[in-house]
Design a protein around this ligand. Structure first.
Ligand SMILES: Cc1cc2nc3c(=O)[nH]c(=O)nc-3n(C[C@H](O)[C@H](O)[C@H](O)COP(=O)(O)O)c2cc1C
Ligand code: SF4
Length: 530
């Protein structure tokens, strides 16, 4: 026994000595050369630093992209656990410039129901009919104002895509395919927005050129309700992408229409159009050939493009049916730090600039606006609706709902929760059936909160919240109304009068109203008593 312990100790010493010698002789790391053995501690702490900070050090309102409170709210909502918070806010609201305040109305038109679960299963459709203004044959009113944003099969695992698609079906919302094509994982009942990126994955020929016939076959054989032309993404505008050959499995290759095992490149620009004029021609071609509403997705930088686009839409009669604006704070599977941190405007600033250009040309009521960029949190989403969004997309919040722990290793293929990896061992940990329920629970809870806040503001639907209902704090003693912050004119941010009336009527029919006890005999008959 003693001899065994001695042998083990000698082996351990030899191993440590070998590492020390290697550290001393190597030239790559000065730290290890100077501090053999103990220098490894620094690399270990660097590797597990995010987890350490997240679980041990960070306060409730720290950590980015999503704070601990925000993640806790998503996780609890996804599991249908108690997602309330006790004692009051721990946000530093009085001292945080830019903090949004939503102004409730004492006697509003909408009367919320008092049951705690009221609104959970509520129907919360879009206030606009996508494609109606341009007479698209397959125009439709999306059933949900919250939808799942573009994330490709390739960036996400097959199980993650399946969980999201099943979750979308359960919650009655749309699921954007992302630019990586339409895979079998997208075919579990959730209706789709098919995204067309620069590589035309899923609708390209053998030479990588856009192939209209393939697109038409694809949308005819799947529940595709709309097409989204991707111009850029907030986290990496103007960049293409590369999926290394090692990750291009047969399944990914089939979805994209590329050879397996070979580096899969997305160019940085489209080949089918080169300016706003030719973009509009192409959008009209796609709409005419498929009958579907067609939109564009873009981050916001220089405004020349938007000026040209809106001027052409106002003067030539051509147009897109929806516009998705992605904020610079948006997510990605992988991108250079300079792009994620600095290129393209954050959502509120970028969206308001673009919306105003549509509104100045009187186009805003005939285009549906979708926002993305941390809008899967109710407070951010409400500001987006007030600014004129008709729907919001959620990407990373939906990832959190299906198990993402914000380890931020999506670019390494080592995602510990199986969400953003193609590693078979890691993806098998993600049960798509269980996680689909989590995704649906989260989506429904977000919609419930949006309805509750809309009712607190006195209206039936978040799309009816106007800019006057939101103020932005300038610090402890001052606040500025949202319309003044962004230079909006009266009425901007709202759908047309006809769309407002239609959505209010739909909501009143779908969601019973009334929160008070029955009136007393003395109140009955008095004007204003319920
Ligand atoms: C893993 C991952 C993959 C993504 N893939 C795409 C994509 O294929 N096309 C696209 O337009 N945006 C893509 N995005 C951006 C999202 O669709 C979304 O616009 C952005 O993350 C902002 O939403 P969020 O803040 O809710 O995450 C991706 C984001 C993530 C996190
Ligand atoms: S858990 Fe996975 S998906 Fe979430 S941030 Fe980490 S690596 Fe990315």
């Amino acid at each position: 026994m003693k001899r065994g312990i001695r042998a083990a100790t000698a082996a351990a010493f030899s191993a440590v000595a070998a590492v020390a010698v290697r550290d001393l002789l190597q030239r790559d790391h000065a730290l290890l050369r100077n501090f053999p053995i103990i220098g490894h501690g620094r690399y270990l702490i660097e590797a597990i630093g995010p987890e350490l900070r997240q679980y041990v050090v960070a306060a409730n309102d720290e950590e980015r992209p999503f704070t601990r409170d925000q993640r806790r709210w998503v996780y609890a909502s996804a599991k249908k656990e108690n997602n309330y918070f006790g004692f009051g806010t721990d946000n530093d609201m009085e001292y945080t410039a830019g903090y949004p305040i939503i102004k409730h109305r004492t006697f509003g038109r909408a009367v919320p129901r008092s049951a705690p679960a009221a609104g959970y299963e509520a129907y919360l459709p879009c206030a606009k009919v996508l494609g109606a203004a341009r007479g698209r044959p397959r125009a439709f009113r999306p059933d949900s104002v919250v939808n799942i944003s573009a994330m490709s099969f390739g960036a996400l695992s097959g199980n993650a895509v399946e969980a999201l698609n099943r979750g979308a079906a359960m919650a009655g919302c749309l699921h954007n395919t992302g630019e990586g094509g339409l895979s079998p994982h997208h075919r579990h009942g959730g209706e789709l927005i098919f995204q067309i990126g620069t590589a035309y994955f899923g609708c390209r020929d053998e030479r990588g050129r856009f192939d209209l016939r393939r697109l038409k076959d694809l949308v005819a054989g799947a529940p595709v309700r709309a097409l989204e032309i991707k111009l850029s993404q907030g986290a990496k505008p103007s960049l293409g992408g590369l999926l290394p050959g090692a990750k291009v499995s047969a399944e990914i290759a089939a979805a994209r229409g590329v050879p397996p095992g070979v580096d899969c490149v997305s160019p940085s620009r489209h080949a089918e159009f080169s300016d706003a004029d030719s973009l509009l021609d192409w959008a009209e071609l796609l709409a005419a050939e498929t009958g579907l509403p067609v939109g564009i997705k873009s981050a916001v930088g220089d405004l020349d493009f938007w000026d040209e686009l809106t001027t052409l839409m106002a003067t030539t009669g051509r147009g897109v049916d929806f516009v998705t604006i992605d904020g610079g704070e948006g997510g990605t599977g992988a991108a250079p730090l300079i792009f994620t941190d600095t290129v393209s405007l954050p959502f509120q600033v970028g969206f308001a600039r673009v919306y105003k250009m549509f509104a100045e040309r009187n186009l805003h009521e005939n285009v549906a606006f979708i926002g993305a960029g941390k809008l899967g949190l109710p407070d951010n989403a409400i500001v987006a609706f007030a600014l004129g969004c008709d729907m919001v997309y959620v990407a990373r919040e939906a990832m959190l709902a299906i198990g993402c722990v914000q380890a931020q290793k999506c670019h390494t293929d080592t995602c510990p929760t199986g969400v953003a990896t193609q590693n078979r061992w890691l993806t098998r940990g993600l049960d798509p059936t269980l996680k689909s329920v989590r995704a649906a629970n989260y989506l429904k809870t977000l919609r419930r909160d949006l309805i509750k806040v809309a009712e607190a503001c006195g209206v039936e639907h978040p799309g009816l919240i106007d800019t006057a209902s939101v103020e932005i704090l300038d610090g402890r003693t001052a606040a500025t109304a949202l319309d003044r912050v962004y230079g909006y004119r009266p009425g901007w941010g709202l759908p047309s009068a006809a769309d407002q009336a239609a959505i209010a009527e739909l909501m009143r029919a779908a969601e019973p109203q009334g929160g008070s006890a029955p009136p007393s005999p003395s109140a009955t008959g008095r004007p204003g008593a319920r």
